[in-house]
Design a protein around this ligand. Structure first.
Ligand code: ADE
Ligand code: ZN
Length: 334
């Protein structure tokens, strides 16, 4: 194994863009479908995997929401989350901030509390037994209306202590951040931090709106920012984190191939870039695979890998002391 691959594997990392429902591996999906007696349109694990060919975000989301339907009981959300935390241990991910999509479940009659409790119990176990810290971010589905988002925010208030922030995901184009300005305002008043997917398929204008109207602390994806020089300048000057997901971008045809991905360009421009896996069960790999697969095509150096790992902590919602602890550890690696 080359020196740089060894570094990628062992360097402590934070993951900041991970949809927990997107970590549902076909094997577990199949097992849950069986035990919950849910009909899925696939006969085997292989058939599920071969259906994972997407041509844009929507073609993925259609399958992703189908996959969510096997998640019924608190135990299912626990098992899903625990399986991801075991991956974290293997990947040297020492801190993770995970998204969940409550509306994808409450709209099927699954209780909000059951979802958050299943996820949270697995995260507590991971903190205790694996020493991995974590935060939970609740995303609003942007293809649904403002009223549904307000209702979801209301449901979340009972579980406020377990949720650090709110985000915005699902079908981007046609659903600008401005649609949720009032919801985010209320969320901030309640003490939630804010993030939003923007500039994945949508234009730079959506990134501006996420910053100006939703007051986000991070932009999820943001790779379309390069078309707007003024925006790039702001992102650089204010060191606003971008949670970039290279394999996701390839699978969803945001870029044709990894050689075309702008990750290295963004880094070289001095932007606060991080690498993440998004929906690893659907996109062909977890965080380390994202870094490893990008390394040669984008000519990432050992210094780039260290910078990305340091950025992941700087961009996290950890305390300044915790950030420093991990960054010092990275700087002392040899
Ligand atoms: N939901 C799950 N993954 C997503 C992504 N990459 N973009 C928008 N919504 C999502
Ligand atoms: Zn995402």
């Amino acid at each position: 194994m080359s020196k740089i691959i060894k570094l990628i594997k062992k360097i402590p990392k934070a993951e900041l863009h991970l949809h927990i429902e997107g970590s549902l591996e076909p094997e577990l999906m199949f097992e849950m479908a069986k035990r919950n007696k849910i009909e899925i349109s696939f006969k085997s694990v292989d058939e599920i995997r071969s259906a994972y060919n997407f041509h844009d975000l929507q073609s993925f989301l259609d399958i992703y929401y189908q996959g969510n339907k096997v998640l019924i009981k608190e135990q299912d959300f626990f098992d899903l989350t625990w399986a991801y935390m075991l991956k974290c241990r293997k990947e040297s991910i020492v801190h993770t901030e995970i998204f969940f999509d409550p509306q994808a479940h409450t709209n099927r009659g699954i209780e909000f509390g059951l979802v958050i409790n299943g996820i949270h119990k697995a995260l507590l176990k991971a903190e205790k037994e694996l020493g991995i810290s974590s935060k939970i971010i609740m995303c609003f589905l942007r293809h649904l209306d403002e009223e549904s988002a307000f209702k979801t925010l209301d449901q979340a208030l009972t579980y406020k202590s377990k949720i650090i922030g709110v985000g915005l995901d699902s079908s981007e184009v046609g659903h600008p951040p401005s649609k949720f300005e009032r919801v985010f305002k209320k969320a901030m008043k309640e003490g939630f931090l804010t993030v939003a997917h923007a500039g994945e398929e949508g234009p730079p204008k959506y990134i501006w709106e996420a910053l100006d109207l939703l007051k986000v602390k991070r932009i999820d994806h943001g790779v379309r920012c390069l078309k707007d020089e003024k925006l790039v300048q702001k992102l650089r000057d204010e060191q606003i984190p971008l949670t970039v997901c290279p394999l996701s971008n390839i699978k969803l045809c945001v870029f044709k191939k990894l050689e075309d991905h702008n990750l290295k360009k963004l880094l070289d421009k001095g932007l606060m870039v991080t690498v993440n896996s998004d929906d690893p069960a659907y996109f062909g790999g977890y965080l380390n695979t994202n870094l490893i697969e990008c390394q040669k095509p984008l000519n990432l150096s050992m210094e780039d890998v260290k910078k990305l790992a340091i950025n992941s902590f700087k961009s996290s919602f950890l305390s300044e002391d915790e950030k420093k602890k991990w960054i010092d550890q990275i700087n002392n690696l040899n």
